[in-house]
Every structure is written in structure tokens, then in C-alpha cells.
Ligand binder design. Structure first.
Ligand code: SF4
Length: 269
């Protein structure tokens, strides 16, 4: 059985994670007075942890803001949305569950051999934006952690030929919803330990590719694990690199204007 919120708050690891989220909120200006934040809760370890941390912050922060948990049921048979709803209820946080026919759409539209995840994630993201907006939420919190940022950076470099990761605070393409990622400073390994210690009621998405999806991301994960043996601080260094960009020492022609001006910090290495 999951620990009570009171018991979770007493865990030293929870305090550490709270500190990391507080730092992200301060560094990237993630939360302002009066914000209504939709928190995407899939029933996985990351989103549960984010929900608990944002709720804790809401109680303690000097600014007033509201949170609402949003869950999208994509229609995969056996998905235990009832477990998620029950857990959110015990936390006393308002929650909304949207049942969709995404599985039918994917089955109909997906071309043989194409990625299951890309269409599924796109549909889910669209549903989250729509639901957040209809509930009057100006922000949508997503549970990407620091490993997601680093792996995305590598994926884009290795397979797309682009130097980009994710933003911690960005206006979405719909021009209305600001997407925030409060777990940017939290490592996946910490979330795993916390979710096990707190016995969070993690549920499986029950999609046809669950567990075998995103093989390239897994390759990046394995690569980082190997490199970490020789370079223990590699992940911290890579995350730091994302906030220490030297545009003059890159090759993108669109940065030429910047290159002519430069910045005081932009010294050659
Ligand atoms: S793993 Fe399954 S639920 Fe997750 S994005 Fe891929 S298809 Fe969708």
C-alpha cells in the first residue's frame, strides 16, 4: 500500500526532490501567482512523483497557484484508470479523466512499420492541451526528468542531426498553453527509488508496444550507463552543458548575427 502523504513528506529523498523542483521553479520561472496548472498524470512513476512534488510546493510556496491532475485514457484494453483516479482522490487533488478512442485511430491510421509511439504521443499531447484549455489551465506540467533531457539531446545529435533537447518552460504551438517540466533537475534513478519507497500505485499503459517501445532511447540509456562507469559525472556535465551554450562556437548560419556580437562569457575552449 502507498505511504500516506504525511509519511512521504518525512522521507529524506522526498525533501531532496522537493529542493530540486524548487530550484527548477526558481531558475526557469515555472510558476507565477494565480497559475492554474494541469498536471499530466499517466499512472507512471514520473508523473505521480511530479504530482506529489507540485502539491507539496503548492502548500509551501509564497505564491498561490492551483493544480489539477489530467489523465488521458487512450483506450488500450486493461488500462487501470480506476487505480489512478483512486490515488489522486486520496491526495485530495482535483482530477479529470478523459476517455478517448486513440487506440482505434492509431490502429486505422498507422502505416505498417511506422512508430506506434509517435502517433500515440501526438494524440495524447493534443488531448492534454485541449483538456487543459477547457478546464481554464494556463500551464501544463509534464513529467520529463533530467535523463529524458540528456537522452533527447543525444537522440537528436545521433539520429536527427540537430542540437536540441527540451525546454523547461515553453509556450506550446497552440499559442495558449505553457508547457513546464519541473523535474528537469531530478534524475530518473531518484524517481525510481522514491516511487518504490513510497509504494506508488504505478500502472502500465497496456499499449501493444509497452516495454519494447523506443529502442533508440534505450540505446542512449545503455550508452550513458556504460560511459558513467568511466566518467561518473557525465550526466551532470551534459545537463549543465544545456544551460551553458556558446553560440559562437557552433556552425549554424542562423547564429551569424550572434557570432558577430558574441557574449562576454563566450570564450574559446
Ligand atoms: S509506449 Fe505505448 S502508451 Fe507510450 S507513447 Fe508508446 S504507444 Fe503510446
Amino acid at each position: 500500500m502507498a505511504l500516506t502523504q504525511l509519511e512521504m513528506r518525512e522521507l529524506p529523498l522526498f525533501r531532496k526532490l522537493r529542493h530540486s523542483v524548487g530550484k527548477a521553479v526558481a531558475d526557469f520561472g515555472l510558476i507565477q501567482e494565480g497559475d492554474r496548472i494541469a498536471v499530466a498524470v499517466s499512472g507512471g512513476k514520473d508523473s505521480y512523483t511530479m504530482l506529489l512534488l507540485l502539491d507539496e510546493l503548492r502548500r509551501r510556496a509564497p505564491v498561490r497557484f492551483e493544480i489539477t491532475a489530467l489523465t488521458i485514457d487512450s483506450g488500450y484494453q486493461g488500462f487501470r484508470s480506476d487505480v489512478i483516479e483512486a490515488f489522486i482522490k486520496t491526495l485530495g487533488i482535483p482530477g479529470h479523466l478523459e476517455r478517448t478512442n486513440h487506440y482505434d485511430i492509431i490502429s486505422e491510421k498507422r502505416r505498417p512499420g511506422s512508430s506506434y509511439c509517435s502517433i500515440c504521443a501526438r494524440l495524447k499531447r493534443g488531448a492534454l492541451y485541449g483538456l487543459a484549455e477547457s478546464l481554464g489551465c494556463n500551464k501544463l506540467a509534464l513529467g520529463h526528468h533530467s535523463d529524458d533531457f540528456i537522452e533527447t539531446l543525444l537522440l537528436n545529435q545521433f539520429f536527427v542531426g540537430s542540437l536540441k533537447a527540451m525546454s523547461a518552460n515553453m509556450l506550446a504551438d497552440n499559442g495558449k498553453t505553457t508547457v513546464i517540466r519541473p523535474l528537469v533537475y531530478v534524475a530518473e534513478e531518484e524517481i525510481i527509488r522514491f516511487s518504490q519507497r513510497a509504494a506508488l500505485p504505478v500502472v502500465c499503459c497496456r499499449c501493444p508496444v509497452c516495454g519494447s517501445a523506443d529502442l533508440q532511447r534505450k540505446r542512449m540509456k545503455n550508452l550513458l550507463t556504460k560511459l558513467e562507469k568511466d566518467i561518473p559525472h557525465i550526466k551532470n556535465s551534459m545537463l549543465k552543458a544545456l544551460s551553458n551554450v556558446h553560440p559562437r562556437h557552433l556552425l549554424d548560419q542562423r547564429l551569424r548575427m550572434l557570432n558577430q556580437t558574441g557574449t562576454p562569457a563566450d570564450t574559446p575552449v
